[in-house]
Design a binder for this molecule. Structure first.
Ligand SMILES: [Ca+2]
Ligand SMILES: [Ca+2]
Length: 223
């Protein structure tokens, strides 16, 4: 049989392969040595953790700092558009929601992803390539055209949401705030079901004060 005739050769080949594998294992073991003997990066105050620390500096919506948490009332028309998106048709778009990503650690961070959650549902992701979040610095603000519903929204931004980066501080990656939209986004003349603002039936006359009524009228649907 041809199998029997060739098997001694196969066995020899297998033995050589095993010998090479053992040799490679030994070689890679030696190569690991310099990695462990590299001097660790020195951090502030003599710390030598040698790790990145991804976090957020500050973040704003409509000129208000949301990264301190708590409840933020959004009742200024500003550049807000009532998109009436969503199943309840009660969404407004705020064209300026932002946050400033940074790395307060001692080494550059490898690639990671930040996720923005609205009411615990991820609504946007921001990717940061390898080295973008550099050691000890802040990067340009990331922006989101925030789609928020009339009434209360809980917004959370989580840095390194997929836990791709091992950090010296994993406890400063999540920032959360409640954003209370006090605008008539769904155009029913009420805010979160309360009040009657007489938006569409009453048109301001020539002598009426346009201060309050005109700003409500700007929230009428477009298109
Ligand atoms: Ca961190
Ligand atoms: Ca409403």
């Amino acid at each position: 049989m041809s199998f029997n005739r060739n098997s001694p050769g196969l066995a020899a080949a297998a033995a050589i392969t095993l010998a090479l594998a053992a040799s490679n294992a030994g070689a890679s073991g030696f190569q690991l040595q310099p990695i462990f003997t590299d001097p660790p990066a020195s951090g502030p105050g003599g710390l030598a953790d040698g790790l990145p620390d991804i976090t957020i500096g500050v973040g704003y919506i409509d000129g208000k700092k949301w990264t301190d948490g708590g409840v933020i009332v959004l009742d200024s028309m500003g550049p807000v558009i009532a998109t009436r998106a969503g199943p309840q048709q009660n969404m407004c778009r705020f064209n300026q929601f932002d946050y400033q990503p940074g790395n307060q650690g001692t080494v550059n961070a490898t690639g990671s992803t930040a996720l923005i959650y609205r009411d615990n549902i991820p609504v946007k992701s921001d990717g940061f390539p390898n080295g973008y979040l550099f050691a000890g610095g802040w990067t340009p603000f990331k922006k989101w055209e925030a789609e928020l519903k009339e009434g209360m929204n809980t917004i959370k931004v989580v840095m390194d949401a997929n836990k791709q980066v091992s950090e010296s501080n994993e406890g400063n990656n999540s920032f959360v705030a409640k954003l209370n939209v006090q605008l008539d986004c769904d155009g029913d003349g009420k805010i979160n079901g309360i009040g009657g603002f007489k938006v569409e039936p009453s048109k301001p006359g020539p002598g009426s004060d346009p201060a309050t009524k005109s700003r409500k009228l700007r929230l009428k649907p477009r298109g």
